[in-house]
Write a protein that binds this ligand. Structure first.
Ligand code: GLP
Length: 241
């Protein structure tokens, strides 16, 4: 695993964006696995800036997102569909048909998980998977205790994730209780993984995930077994190392 030390959030965002843009430049028709949350917002902003300068071309890029809340429509401003359009897709030249997320409005979990797993396979797998990390070590929405051998599946969100995400909703009661997510197995099948972390509140979990035991209790710890992982984190997030 490579660790890039960034000064602060802006530096982390630029360093991580450099890695994503290198991927797009080296393989213009690559498959990017994308993530949501507050951490990647600066990275997406940087990619948009470079696109506007003429340094990046997304016309052949394909994307698959990690996860989506079950029960939120595309129009809901808390859906990951909305987030991705707002922060990236609508601001660059990626054809909308090249962008993919789980369909949060599909009530049949089995059907949707099968569709999304097959879709990722039909694209030839993910070249570069971007990840954030939850305070309990979740990646995508793979919560502690989740087995390492799952493909796309539907999860019940833990109290701590609902608590962490309620800042985006009117109240904790409005946070969806379930989500569709790529499983750990799906994530581990990506050729390269880029994980980003920022802020002191992530320091303890970053330490546990990358220097602690590999255990389903800390889902991100499985990344220690992947042969091409890059962690880009700022000083605060690396302060427990
Ligand atoms: C969310 C997302 C994850 C994200 C994580 C951390 O619940 N499902 O993909 O990495 O939590 O979010 P943040 O970057 O806002 O700390």
């Amino acid at each position: 695993m490579r660790i890039y030390h960034a000064k602060d959030y802006a530096d982390m965002s630029r360093k991580a964006a450099n890695i994503v843009s290198a991927q797009v430049i080296m393989k213009p028709n690559c498959v990017l696995g994308l993530a949501t949350g507050s951490t990647p917002i600066g990275l997406y902003k940087q990619l948009v800036e470079w696109f506007k300068k003429g340094d990046l071309d997304f016309s052949e890029v394909m994307t698959v997102n990690l996860d989506e809340y079950k029960g939120l429509s595309r129009e809901n401003d808390q859906s990951y569909y909305y987030f991705m359009h707002q922060n990236l897709f609508d601001q660059v030249n990626i054809p909308v048909e090249n962008t993919h997320l789980p369909n949060g409005m599909e009530p049949d979990s089995q059907k949707e998980c099968k569709r999304y797993t097959e879709l990722i396979q039909s694209l030839g797998g993910v070249d570069l998977q971007l990840l954030g990390i939850g305070h309990n070590g979740h990646i995508g929405f793979n919560e502690p205790g989740e087995s390492f051998d799952k493909q796309v599946h539907c999860v019940d969100l833990t109290e701590s994730t609902i608590e962490a995400n309620k800042r985006f909703f009117a109240s904790a009661d409005d946070v969806p209780k379930q989500a569709y997510t790529m499983g750990i197995k799906t994530i581990m099948q990506a050729k390269k993984i880029l994980i980003i972390a920022s802020g002191e509140d992530k320091a303890e979990i970053v330490h546990k995930a990358f220097f602690g035991p590999i255990t389903p209790q800390v889902p991100a710890s499985v990344l220690q077994l992947h042969n091409d992982v890059t962690l880009v984190a700022d000083e605060a997030a690396l302060s427990s190392l």
